[in-house]
Design a protein around this ligand. Structure first.
Ligand code: SAM
Length: 248
């Protein structure tokens, strides 16, 4: 039996309604993750209460962006870039089932695990795809087709923008979860975010429910099409991130 007070208090604090089925889905997901973690590297966090706070409730702080937009008949498309063990995409899918989710990771073993989770939890309108963001976002089936591109713990913000923004359609948003983004990292990313077609980001600071962990969501709305030359190939988004050219 699970002690779910931290979780249910956290969901209430975030304003997220939940059912017994959704609780059961989270429990099965936890058990599968801990079991698989014995044979492959999924997460360093396995103690239940810590998973609840650091993985689930942190992931679900997406509510701060999504709940003001949630309305009947709105079934947005979301891609989770570099989802790893499924964060934030799986908790978001469980608690907001109307969202159509694509989980993307460059490691096949993690994608195979997530496919097993999706099946066991009987989730629908969710797919898992193996690949690199910078290779997938140039394909017409994925380019500028998502309402949200979200990502947690994958890369520095200016690199991450080039991996994520090409997936977002005009009017949609690039949402980056940041544990430790300094003002400097955010400032440094503004050029990339603008060049890729987004407005100046809003930074939502929050404390993860059930903890004193402070985090940020950096939210940039897409206002124009990403120029066709982005993302650049050859590993450039990570090796040579877009930076404001120095004026001489
Ligand atoms: N988002 C998860 C979380 O918050 O726990 C996982 C974070 S893990 C540190 C980073 C993940 O990003 C890894 O699973 C890695 O395989 C994936 N990744 C890194 N670069 C990527 C890329 N260019 N395209 C897709 N996935 C990538």
């Amino acid at each position: 039996m699970y002690q779910d007070k931290v979780l249910t208090d956290g969901l209430r604090e975030l304003g997220i309604p939940y059912t017994d089925r959704q609780m059961d889905q989270l429990h099965v997901y936890y058990e599968m993750m801990v079991e698989k973690n014995k044979v492959m590297n999924l997460t360093g966090i396995t103690e239940y209460d810590e998973v609840v706070v650091k993985h689930w409730l942190d992931s679900l702080c997406f509510a701060k962006v999504y709940l003001p937009l949630r309305k009947d008949g709105f079934c947005p498309k979301l891609i989770d870039v570099g989802t790893g063990a499924g964060f934030p995409g799986i908790p978001v899918k469980i608690l907001f089932p109307e969202i159509e989710v694509l989980l993307l990771d460059s490691l096949q073993k993690r994608i195979t695990f997530l496919q097993d989770v999706v099946k066991a939890l009987e989730l629908d309108t969710i797919s898992c795809v193996h690949g690199r963001a910078e290779e997938l976002s140039i394909k017409p089936a994925y380019r500028e087709t998502f309402d949200f591109a979200v990502s947690r713990a994958v890369a520095r913000l200016n690199s991450l923008a080039e991996l994520c923004v090409p997936f977002v359609k005009e009017g949609g948003s690039f949402v980056s979860y940041k544990a430790d983004a300094s003002e400097e990292e955010i400032e440094e990313s503004l050029y990339a975010i603008k060049t890729l077609g987004c407005a100046k980001p809003k930074v939502l600071s929050y404390v993860v429910p059930g903890s004193d962990l402070t985090r940020k969501l950096v939210v940039a709305q897409k206002i124009s099409t990403t120029p066709g030359k982005y993302p650049r190939g050859g590993g450039k988004p990570l090796k040579a991130p877009l930076l404001q050219p120095v004026k001489r």
